[in-house]
Every structure is written in structure tokens, then in C-alpha cells.
Design a binder for this molecule. Sequence first.
Ligand SMILES: Nc1ncnc2c1ncn2[C@@H]1O[C@H](COP(=O)(O)OP(=O)(O)OP(=O)(O)O)[C@@H](O)[C@H]1O
Ligand SMILES: [Mg+2]
Length: 500
Amino acid sequence: MTQEILRAEGLRKSFPGVQALDGVDLTLRPGEVHVLLGENGAGKSTLIKMLSGAHHPDEGRVLLDGQPVDIRDARTAQRLGIATIYQEFNLVPQLTVAENLALGRPPRRFGFVDTRAMRRQAAELLARVGVDVDPATPIAGLGIARMQMVEIAKALALNARILIMDEPTAVLTTGEVDRLFAIVRQLRDAGVAVVFITHHLEEIAEIGDRVTVLRDGRSVAEVAADTPQNELIRLMVGRPIDQQFPRRPAEVGEALLTVRGLSRRGAFDDVSFEVRAGEVVGVAGLVGAGRTEVARAVFGADRYDSGQVSVRGETLARADVHAAMRAGLGLVPEDRKGQGLVLGDDVAANLGLVTLRRATRAGFVDLRAQRRAAAKVAEQLAIRMTGLDQEVRTLSGGNQQKVVIGKWLVAEAGVLILDEPTRGIDVGAKVEIYQLINALTDSGRAVLMISSDLPEILGMSDRILVMARGRLVGELPAAQATQDAVMELAVTDVEASRVQ
Ligand SMILES: Nc1ncnc2c1ncn2[C@@H]1O[C@H](COP(=O)(O)OP(=O)(O)OP(=O)(O)O)[C@@H](O)[C@H]1O
Ligand SMILES: [Mg+2]
């Protein structure tokens, strides 16, 4: 019999109104990467929270080395050698990187926290994950990809026998994913059992050994990681999906969004482009290329030093989100938790956020019409919820993302800027979002889509802009674009080309 490190049997867990887990079995072997696969809301995060001591199962049991264990809380999990990287980050934004990495166990000298030793340890951990961050920086000042790398470093520090990673690659780009995979392989070869959750199907064969598929709170299959993708999709969704990128080009009209010479010192430089009615314009680039910064400046969320943004020929005031929204601009931000949602409010309120703000300005709110619109969008996006009055905090990660997109659909923005729109979204729901993008452009609206998912950029854009180090370095029509062509532009050495 193959050696097992952990076995979970018949786990069940309910929350008010939902049976989140309805009979889940899982076996983990030392030295394997075990992928958990399932649609948004299938129960993946709930399952791992039973193993990390964040939740307690209603029924079922967990065996470690053949012995039943009661994983009462996070401390117990840690003592048993189980470390977890959660989908929603667990860092303290006000503290520095070094403080976060030392949380709970800072090195001491004469009874005081030894800051020098703490920073040195942090620097070693950061070097291990290959991320270039000053340990003295506050977490709040880091971009989301770097936060993820710090989370990973923090889990490595525990030297666990079982390492659980809930969608670690969702916010990373190619280079960082490669680096992460190298670390995961090292751990696996050293005998660690790694639990890995991802919605990127191509990663499964690359890094996984076995896959447990969850559907509606049940484990429905355990298969080898080299199982063909369409078979994995069938197992998780219950039906095949014939076209992963169903882009349907629309008739292209006048320029809706025009950006000229946009610059902010240290962030982006002389960025000019336009997006026309009916177009989907993709923006590719590496992390730190300045894509999110440009999007936020265009939307008025951040300032810029010079340049001009206009919508339908009308120039927008700088750093004025309300002016941008009135002009019909919308932004789905990459950091949904920080910027996109009010977690303590229900789904209906979150879906109505933009319209509400507009309507209050106009003087009245038609709450019933707003609720109807919210219900329609929730259905279009197949948001898995107990009802419109469920708190957004208790939705699964992917379903929260759908709410962020949904609120701009309810608001009917003329130009929608999407920053990593399908991050954390399952394959089936991605196709739904792409269909909505088609519907938007069919009705004469325009979409600017930032994405680090190259197949998505290639599959859904009509034109692709590539940014590197704060500059627009190239544009490719979708028909001529390949992953290699995009990557080649994305690594353009702006400094070198400027010298020549
Ligand atoms: N604290 C909670 N209160 C109420 N419902 C919850 C809570 N936590 C999870 N749920 C519900 O349990 C179900 C499973 O959620 P879970 O987060 O495990 O899904 P998931 O498979 O991780 O999905 P995703 O891919 O979107 O991250 C969902 O319907 C979710 O809304
Ligand atoms: Mg989850």
C-alpha cells in the first residue's frame, strides 16, 4: 500500500443556508503535489480550512499518519506540521514585510525584539522565493503579486510537512509562477505533501501529480494530473466546454476613450492609445510594467503629471473618479478586496454601488429597479449565493470577483476597464464573462482589458497593447499576435532602446 500522510473521510460542513461540504474524501501522500479542482463555490477553500484549523467539520474525520486528529485551531495545525497560504491574504498591512514574516515568533535579544535579526531572517526568506523587496517596507505599499510572494515566504518559514496553497498563482505572472513552481518541486522532492488549488488548467499537468475534483461540495473523482483538460473540465463542470475563448468581433465605431501623452514620474511615461466603440483592446505586460497604474490614472483614481484623458471627445478632469463615472467610464480593479467591494454588505448592495452613487446625485434612488437589475446580473454571471441578501464576505473567492464585474454591468458603463477580470474564476464562469464582453461590444461599448493570462489576451482581444517599464512598447493586431511575440515585446529593455 502506498504511504499516506493525511486522509480525510466524509467531511461535511454547512453554513447558514448552504451545505458547503457534503461528503469529501481526500488522501495525501508525502512527496506529491495534490491539486484540488472545482468550480467557484465547490468547497475547495472550505475543505482546506478544515485542515488548517480555521473551520471545524460538522461530520467526518481527519487522520494524520493513520491516527485521528482534532485540528482545533491554527496553532494545532501548525504543531502538526500543516502550513496554509490562504486565498485571501493573511498579512497585516500596517506592519513591515519583516514583521509579517516573523509574526508570532520574532527573534529576541535581551527580551526585546531583535529588529536586525528579524530583517536578516526576512531577507533570507525573501531571497528563497526570489522576490526583491526591502524587508522594512510596509505590506500596504506592495503590489498584490509581491504580497503573494511574501505569503509564500511566510509559509516556507514554518518548514511544514503539509503545505496548502489556495490559488497561489492567481495573482502572479509567468516569471513568478516559474519561480514558485521551482520551489514547489524542491519541497515535493524533499517529501512535503503539497495541496495546490488553481483555476489555470494548464498548470495542473505541469506541477501536479494527482487531482481531487470537487463538485457541489462532494469529492467526485481522483485522477492523475496528466488527465486531458477537457476530461478535467467535464469532471468539474459536469459538461464539456467547446470554446474557451468565444470572442465575436463587433462593428468598430468612433473612439470612445482617448488617452494622450499620459505620464507620471516613476510610474508611466508618455502613454497614448485609444479604444473604439465595439473594440476589446488587451493590455499585456509583466508585473510592474505600469498597466494597473495607467488604468487607475485613466479612471481618475490616481493623479498624473501630464497628458490627457477624454471620453467621447470630452476631456476629463484629473484624479476625479466621479467625473470619470459620469462620463461612462468603469474600472474593475485587480484588488477586489481592497477596492472593489464592501465585504460587510450584501450582494444586492454591492451590485448597486455604482448606480446608487450616481442616483443619489440625481436626487432619487429607485431601489426596486436596482434590485431587479442586480438579480438579472447575478443570474447572468451565475453568482453562487443563498440570495441577494448574502453578505459578500461569505461568498467564495471567485463569486466575489463576479460581484465586482457585475456592479459595472448593472451600471452600464460605456467604456469598461477590466484589470485581471477572470483572476480566480473557474473555466465555466470565464466563458460566461467572455460572453458578457461580447454582449458589451455588440451594443457599441468598449473594453480595455489588462490581463496576465496570455491565452486570454490572445483569445479575447481585437488589438493588443504591450507595456514594459511604464511605456507602451508595441501594438499587435490579434490576428498576428502569438505568445512569443507578446512576450518578446513585454521584456523590451526600455532603457537600452532609449540610449540608442
Ligand atoms: N463563512 C461562510 N458563511 C457562509 N457561507 C460560506 C462561508 N464560507 C463559505 N461559504 C459558502 O460555502 C460554499 C463553498 O465556498 P468555498 O469558499 O469553499 O468555495 P471554493 O471552491 O473555494 O470557490 P472559489 O473557487 O470561488 O474560491 C460557497 O457557497 C460559499 O458561499
Ligand atoms: Mg476558494
